[in-house]
Design a protein around this ligand. Structure first.
Ligand SMILES: [Zn+2]
Length: 99
């Protein structure tokens, strides 16, 4: 675990990081891999597993899943269908803008 400030990252900060590659890219890549070998159970079971593997605290996991839900990702496959494309597009645009 990092320093305390890292662990206490607020939901707003998570939101601001939505366009950044690191956390969301790792999460979406992990979820895509997981969903290749399992079906969506209409919940966030696979998402939680990926976030736990990434070492995120349950508070951070809740913030990320809330963010996904607000953007139309109401379950594992909903995140991939409704949110993943937007986030990947956002992060590519940001990367291009800062290049
Ligand atoms: Zn689903």
């Amino acid at each position: 675990m990092g320093m305390k400030a890292e662990d206490d990252r607020s939901e707003t900060e998570i939101r601001e990081r939505a366009g950044e590659p690191d956390v969301f890219d790792d999460f979406l890549t992990g979820l895509m891999d997981a969903m290749e070998t399992t079906n969506c159970g209409g919940d966030f079971k696979n998402s939680r597993q990926v976030l736990t593997t990434m070492g995120l605290s349950s508070d951070k996991q809740a913030g990320i899943l809330k963010y996904m839900e607000e953007r139309g990702g109401h379950c594992d496959c909903g995140i991939l269908m409704n949110v993943a494309g937007d986030i990947i597009r956002d992060s590519e645009e940001k990367r291009r803008a800062s290049a």
